[in-house]
Design a protein around this ligand. Structure first.
Ligand code: ARG
Length: 267
């Protein structure tokens, strides 16, 4: 009996040591990501370019804070950057399917997403806020969303918050209307088809600027979140991106990039 126990123990130890080894960045798979990118001369990113100032379209080109950060990663690796614009809730599935090297989409780190992708260090703090039609007297605090029709972008943390599936938040909306693009939610808000839109603070600021006098923001925030890049599980590209995030933060370039897209004069 003792002998069997010892054998089982030895086998378990061997297994767990093997597991540790593959997590240490030395496995073939994690070494491959950066090497494969360099070999291909190109790095591929997925995003959803409906999220100004982080990513939006200028003609056919995706520009914004995330696009500049991604370009810095590509430059650091000495490769070309290719950005593909897809639905926000397709970004992590695309990583899982091996269709892209990474995703930057003003994406907040969540426990749920961590099950399907790895995240880099964070580069921006954000929160969910509420937009209402100007002069709305019904909604002046988060709890007022109870019984209301709320627009969100499908698959975002705003969607999770309002859907409140796990009952963690103290709200119970009447209906969550899910859009592919925030801009359509904001049009419906202005047209009076929905009562509120829940979205991230910086994109909200942009919509307020674009629709002056038509919409306003409720003062209390709903959440605090942090943005990071996502990579396929086990990809050693995360370390490379972390290095670039640190370099840009230390040199002050990170703030310059953010200012470029958020200052009052940003177009
Ligand atoms: N930060 C929110 C989230 O992670 C919204 C991100 C939406 N990003 C976009 N590019 N559309 O769920």
């Amino acid at each position: 009996m003792k002998k069997i126990m010892a054998l089982v123990l030895a086998a378990t130890m061997a297994l767990s040591m093997a597991a540790c080894g593959s997590k240490g960045g030395k496995s073939a798979k994690s070494d491959d990501a950066v090497a494969a990118i360099k070999k291909a001369g190109k790095i591929t990113m997925v995003t959803n370019a409906e999220f100004r100032p982080f990513e939006y379209k200028d003609g056919n080109k995706v520009i914004g804070i995330d696009a500049d950060l991604a370009q810095a990663v590509a430059d650091d690796l000495g490769v070309k950057l290719e950005i593909t614009d897809i639905a926000f809730d397709s970004c992590i599935p695309a990583l899982k399917a091996g269709k892209a090297d990474f995703c930057m989409a003003g994406m907040s780190v969540t426990e749920d997403r961590k099950k399907n992708a790895d995240f880099t260090n964070t580069y921006f703090n954000a929160s969910q806020v509420i937009l209402v039609k100007k002069g709305n007297t019904d909604i002046s605090k988060p709890k007022d969303l109870d019984g209301k029709v709320v627009g969100v972008q499908q698959g975002t943390t705003g969607d999770t918050y309002c859907t409140n599936e796990d009952g963690k938040n103290d709200i119970s909306v009447k209906e969550v209307k899910r859009y592919q693009k925030f801009v359509d939610a904001v049009s419906d808000l202005i047209a009076g088809r929905i009562d509120a839109v829940v979205l991230d603070d910086y994109p909200a600021k942009q919509f307020l600027k674009d629709n002056e006098g038509k919409i306003e923001k409720v003062s209390d925030n709903l959440t605090t979140e942090e943005y990071a890049a996502a990579v396929p599980k086990g990809s050693n590209l995360a370390g490379e991106i972390n290095k670039v995030i640190k370099k840009l933060s230390d040199s002050g370039e990170m703030n310059q990039i953010i200012d470029k897209y958020t200052s009052d004069s940003a177009q």
